[in-house]
Write a protein that binds this ligand. Structure first.
Ligand code: GDP
Ligand code: MG
Length: 596
């Protein structure tokens, strides 16, 4: 296809503003997928994505569109993830396209992820077409939202397109805007091949699939290519495009987006942002991308120790497809063998955990999420602490530094007070507070440690779901941080150790032991539950002994009822782990840390 008839774009939006629905509508309107094959959210392929209605991996689709002027265009849409954990994936896929549709729900207005995502688009020098979606809703207010887009984002919204992705209204106007407002890609078909590695993932039939954007030259099936970052060369065995299902073709030219396969075994062998050229040539590399760094760590242990090898297997397989997820074996005195895993954020953690439990049928114990602390040792060395259980002897430590973030929260006025209180409670420092209409935009400097666990849940609950949130890392800062241990029946349970700020340790310790008292079932003996810093106990509760046999409650020795009860108990047991003589249920490891 001639460059002048190609348009490459992405859609940026806050979650739930209708990005996937709009993508579906564009696919449908252009007949890319036959009506009978159409299913809602064509681009959200993973189960978890569908269920939660979020897009995790960037997906792509090639659409043929005959415009109202009679000319035929090829439109390449790269769908980007909408969640804060995956900001890195957003920024990298933006570099492969020239324009963005900015979708804003006209009944809601601009939200935190609208801002975060549109800034990525502006960073990538995109032309931006604003779309006011959901105009079928009675609460839709296009005037107000267009003004807000101009005020808060600073882009012209006078020609914003009014769309209902639900009814299909405004879809043709959107397609026309893509053709007439977004720029065509540039590139030189006669220059040596230069392509960008946009994304890659593992497919069990084809091996690693590499999504590429051709900058210059041509890429043909059967050629040998070189990945410039490591000099590795590969024989290209397939070239294709997504419609959205795969369609094999023979070559890709400048401005085009498609995929190649080359018998590559692991996603780790492909670096996103890498430059691809012909094997005997060298071209100027594209500006490098920084690899995504895990920021949240936790331990994953099988409930049933016999499933350790199955767990290893499932983690190995998941890691084939997700280079941003790191893991190494971990042994815990309390939990036995497991893995210490690193994630981009909490959603990422949840996604991986759910997939292991669901796709591989392994019950997991997940330990408290932790951030990476820098330990400044007295001898001047700096060590990274991924796991509170590994905290070195205090006499060797000079001080600790923790990661901090800049959090941006958009919230209706009515809830502002609660949001400020929440941020304050989490050791936040206010950086900015501005208004756009009846919404406040609050910017806070917060310790990541106080955010990773349940900040987002709390924010949603205190604002009844009306606040939106986004963050970026800003660096490390020293603070008075200590390791708090939990002892159950006088035995330390290493998997419950956490790092806390000294000023908050007493309250946190008290809350944790109270929670654990409710979470741990009674036993035949008294169980002390304590929180301690170093050797000093800061909080204590005692779980009293159980008096009667549970089955004694059954009336008249009803045998089936008794059997059922015992079976139920046994099933409950499966989800428990023994610590010394005490059974602790799986959920205790996460629930004990939730702060209310
Ligand atoms: P995404 O998170 O941005 O991908 O949003 P989705 O496309 O998943 O849409 C979120 C919700 O809004 C879904 O329940 C959609 O059915 C709904 N939705 C999307 N577009 C419209 C629209 O134009 N009108 C109405 N009424 N609902 C819409
Ligand atoms: Mg979506």
């Amino acid at each position: 296809t001639a460059l002048s008839h190609i348009r490459n774009f992405s859609i940026v939006a806050h979650i739930d503003h209708g990005k996937s629905t709009l993508a579906d509508r564009l696919i449908q309107e252009t007949g890319t997928v036959k009506e009978r094959d159409m299913q809602a959210q064509m681009l959200d392929s993973m189960d978890i994505e569908r269920e939660r209605g979020i897009t995790i991996k960037a997906n792509t689709v090639r659409i043929d569109y005959t415009a109202l002027n009679g000319e035929s265009y090829v439109l390449n849409l790269i769908d980007t993830p909408g969640h804060v954990d995956f900001a890195y994936e957003v920024s990298r896929s933006m570099r492969a396209v020239e324009g963005s549709l900015l979708v804003v729900d006209s009944s809601q207005g601009v939200e935190a992820q609208t801002l975060a995502n549109v800034y990525h688009a502006l960073d990538a020098d995109h032309e931006i077409v604003p779309i006011l979606n959901k105009i079928d809703l009675p609460a839709s207010d296009c005037m107000r939202v267009a003004e807000q887009i101009e005020d808060v984002i600073g882009i012209d919204a006078t020609e914003a397109i009014q769309v209902s992705a639900k009814t299909g209204q405004g879809i043709v106007e959107t397609l026309e805007a893509i053709v007439h407002k977004l720029p065509a890609p540039k590139g030189d078909i006669n220059a040596p091949l230069k392509a960008m590695l946009v994304d890659s993932w593992y497919d069990s039939y084809l091996g690693v699939i590499v999504l590429v954007r051709i900058i210059d030259g041509k890429l043909k099936k059967g050629e040998r290519v070189k990945f410039m970052s490591n000099g590795s060369t590969h024989h290209v065995d397939r070239i294709g495009v997504f419609r959205p299902q795969m369609e094999m073709i023979d070559e890709l030219g400048p401005g085009e987006i498609g995929f190649l396969t080359a018998s590559i075994k692991q996603v780790r062998d492909t670096r996103v942002g890498d430059t691809i050229c012909h094997d005997k040539q060298t071209v100027e590399a594209l500006p490098g991308f920084k690899p995504a760094q895990p920021v949240v760590f936790c331990g994953l242990f099988p409930v049933d120790a016999a499933q350790f090898e199955d767990l290893r297997d499932s983690i190995d397989k998941l890691a084939l497809n997700d280079a941003s997820f790191s893991y190494e074996m971990e042994t815990s005195a309390a939990l036995g063998f497991g893995f210490r895993c690193g994630f981009l954020g909490l959603l990422h953690l949840e996604v991986i955990r759910d997939r292991i439990e669901r796709e591989y049928a392994i019950d997991l114990i997940t330990t408290a999420p932790s951030v990476i602390y820098d330990i400044h040792m007295r001898d001047g060395r700096i060590e990274q602490l991924h796991n509170p259980a590994d905290m070195p002897d205090l006499t060797l430590v000079d001080h600790l530094e923790e990661p901090r973030i800049k959090a941006t929260i958009l919230v209706p006025d009515d809830y502002l007070g609660d949001v400020l209180k929440l941020c304050q409670d989490r050791r936040g420092v206010q950086l900015d507070l501005t208004y756009a209409g009846s919404r406040a935009m609050v910017v806070y400097d917060l310790p990541l440690n106080e955010v990773v666990f349940d900040f987002y849940d709390r924010l949603k609950s205190v604002t009844k779901g009306y606040a939106s949130f986004d963050y970026q890392m800003i660096g490390y800062q020293q603070d008075n941080l200590v390791k708090m241990s939990i002892l159950v029946n006088d035995e330390p349970v290493d998997a419950l150790s956490t790092m806390v700020h000294r000023d908050r340790a007493d309250a946190r310790g008290r809350a944790m032991v109270e929670k654990l008292k409710d979470l741990i079932p009674r036993h035949m003996f008294k169980i002390p539950i304590q929180a301690a810093i170093g050797g000093k106990v800061i909080a204590r509760e005692t779980l009293s002994a159980m008096r009667k046999d549970v089955t004694a409650k059954c009336y008249g020795g009803d045998a089936t009822r008794k059997k059922k009860l015992l079976e139920k108990q046994k099933a409950g047991k499966k989800k428990m782990r023994q610590f010394g003589k005490v059974d602790i249920p799986q959920e205790a490891f996460i629930s004990a840390l939730k702060m209310d």
